[in-house]
Design a protein around this ligand. Structure first.
Ligand code: PLP
Length: 309
């Protein structure tokens, strides 16, 4: 696989005391990732996604499992809710009984050595509480929460009390939380339209108890992510790529971070690599319906298996 790191990832440092990361660091990191654990077919870490089901397979649990597989991980899954949707948007949502979710999680943990957890759409407060319990009991495992609030088509994917639970409890429990602009605004109460407000929101989420935050700015004129942890704040800028009407980018980004954490990478490296993966998977995306376009999660496999004419 070839990734054009120069244009893809330009760290823009925003605070004088920031840890400075250069483009050259990213290039060697990406090459190492291409030749390392992600290209192996054995000794795959087992990763768990806890998320919603999207029948069009562009977002939610199916997108997470595809992302895990693309990163040399074996994915297991527990469904929080079934959505009725196609590429044009979400029509309905049916939460899974909290006890059924709990039993699925118990069955998996009784049997499997899970190396990292990704949490996506929660739908209800009751679901969020089950997950809080699970994360408390497995506090040593790396975990990523994508605090899904609303589909791009405008359907609410979590009840207000569920979002409140994420703000007041769940975000303290996880290794990193990955809100987009809208989700960061919903969690902080801030109005967020650009980079400076994203930085303020990231710091506010740390204040609220998050250990690390990535506020993703995929919808900005120039896509830029703000990463903050206890040691400072970094921004990662990328190029705007097509198609623009993409579906499930947030799911793939958070799952790719979990995959890299499952492989033992440091969080900041995981974030850089996940952004590179999502950018390429968008560039190689193709439509499967008349609505929005899912990522092409397996572009690396397709490139590797392409035979010269
Ligand atoms: N459906 C499910 C199950 C999801 O998890 C998500 C987002 O995480 C969505 C729909 C919305 O995705 P998008 O906003 O990319 O359409």
């Amino acid at each position: 696989m070839t990734v054009t790191t120069n244009s893809l990832l330009t760290p823009e440092m925003s605070h004088s005391n920031n840890h400075i990361r250069r483009s050259a660091d990213f290039r060697s990191l990406l090459e190492e990732a291409d030749n390392g654990p992600m290209s192996q077919s054995v000794n795959e870490p087992v990763l768990l996604t806890i998320a919603g089901f999207d029948p069009s397979a562009g977002a939610g649990i199916v997108a997470d499992l595809k992302t895990f597989a693309a990163h040399g991980c074996y994915g297991v899954a527990a469904i929080t809710a079934i959505t009725v949707q196609n590429t044009r948007g979400v029509e309905d949502l049916h939460p899974v009984e909290p006890n059924v979710l709990k039993n699925c999680l118990s069955a998996l943990f009784a049997d499997t050595s899970i190396k990292a957890i990704k949490v996506g759409m929660l739908a209800t407060r009751a679901t969020a509480a089950v997950i809080q319990e699970l994360l408390e009991a497995n506090a040593s495992l790396p975990s990523v929460v994508d605090p899904v609030v609303r589909s791009t088509s405008g359907y609410d994917l979590i009840e207000p009390s569920g979002l409140e639970f994420v703000r007041n409890h769940l975000l303290r429990q996880v290794s990193v939380i990955t809100p987009n602009l809208h989700e960061a605004a919903a969690l902080t109460g801030l109005s967020i339209h650009g980079l400076e407000e994203m930085k303020v929101a990231a710091l506010k989420l740390l204040e609220l108890g998050a250990r690390a935050v990535v506020v993703t700015g995929g919808h900005l004129e120039r896509p830029i992510d703000v990463f903050a942890d206890g040691s400072g704040l970094q921004t990662f800028a990328g190029d705007r790529v097509k198609p623009e009407n993409i579906h499930g980018a947030g799911c793939a980004f958070s799952s790719a971070i979990a995959a890299h954490l499952g492989h033992g990478r440091q969080l900041a490296d995981a974030v850089v690599l996940a952004k590179a993966y999502v950018t390429e998977a968008i560039k190689k995306a193709f439509a499967v319906g008349s609505g929005r376009v899912p990522l092409n999660h397996f572009y690396r496999v397709q490139e590797a298996s392409r035979v010269a004419p």
